[in-house]
Design a protein around this ligand. Sequence first.
Ligand code: GDP
Length: 469
Amino acid sequence: NEPVVRIYKKATVPTKPKSPIDLDTFLNHKKPHLSFVVIGHVDAGKSTLMGRLLYDVGAVDNKLIRKLKRESEMIGKSSFHLAWVMDQTAEERNRGVTVDICTSDFETKDSTFTIVDAPGHRDFVPNAIAGVSQVDVAVLSIDCSTGAFESGFNLDGQTKEHTILARSLGVRHIIVAMNKMDSVDWYEGRFLDIKFELTNFFEDMGVKSEQVSWIPCSGLSGEGVFDKEYPIGQTWYKGPTLVQRLEQISQSLYNNEHREIVEKPFLFSTFDVTPGSKPNEATLFGRVESGHIQAGETVTVYPSEQSVLITQVLAGNNQAPAAAAMKGDFVTLKVRNAFAEDINKGDLVAVVGYDIKSAQEFTAQVLTFNLDRPLLPGTPLMFFRGSNEQPARVKRLISLVDKADPSKVIKKKIRHLGSNQLAIIEIELIEKKRRIPMLTISENKQLGRIVLRKEGRTVAAGVVKTLDL
Ligand code: GDP
């Protein structure tokens, strides 16, 4: 089944927005926006925590909660109704369409948020990669109930792998939700013991202490999540709740972002594509990776290089028309002059004049994880970048570099890579027909990040340095 390669004519002249906005005024009136993903071990209480959060901030209506409560009581698991909230809202929004990433938006007095989730595959690492690639913050749910932390963490569980991914994929902050604290009567000793062990692990991973927050909470009963008071026994923690901490981070990140939104070119990654009602129309759902865009502007979709006209920008849970979309926003772009069959999830979209190359070979700086066997030239791998996934191989090992200062070469002429080494290597994508638009880390801090897996385990993560064209 040979793919037909169609040649499109790439636009070279930009088109103007239909109703141009004054960007500075728009930004000054916009609430800060933050996206986050909830990671952690199976059964760490992630779904319950997300459901609780959405319910308590008022993002789900009582009717849905009552319905889920009835259904969960019917199977004798009344606590499950909260865990179902996320999946239920996702299902309603994406009726019949299977997507890797889905989002739920909610709003507080001072900020707007997007929760990124992988419905149905929450414990599947490639989905965690796709999710974690798209967010500013990771909420790491830790099951603090007796015995659970020990099994989830020390047995090389998902807690570890997800945290390493969050660190490698450029997440700016990790909030550790010390969850299920109700099950240990909010005992401070338990909190401190787990915090101590995790802190050591974060240090080994190179995560700085100012990039981590610790919040005791219970998704099930709701304390520490939004505004529910802690029980009387909990007197030792006086910090913010999970949502309050998210608000603080959103404010501090947003203040630095204005210039980037105004000055950087528009870039967008596509998570989902649907053909429109007319033959030349399409609907693209994804995230604005840099800059901003408005209806009326022309953009080019890579790798097919078709230029399309944006007819509408839709945002929020209800996907309502928006005046513009900015860096960090999860939006739907309705486009015209498109050939939807040639647009795929993982495609990148850029403003006219910004060219994105599709390289089959590139040089990357990667940190290896704990390896059973060393990586050699020729070792087959799976390559991940956002929601792109492709077979690849190590083409060449170039050098080992210093972890504290990657510009320092420690050793050249290396024959293999062992565990926990930082190296410069050449990677080759094997399926030549499936082109992937690539950006280096200096071009984009998010899209320049990659993960390498082998036989279902993450073996390395890092950044693209140069494309070998
Ligand atoms: P996930 O697999 O990480 O999404 O975990 P779930 O949200 O499905 O929760 C796993 C189990 O832990 C379920 O039986 C929940 O009822 C229970 N659970 C979740 N959150 C809490 C909590 O805050 N306290 C207690 N005691 N149990 C919880």
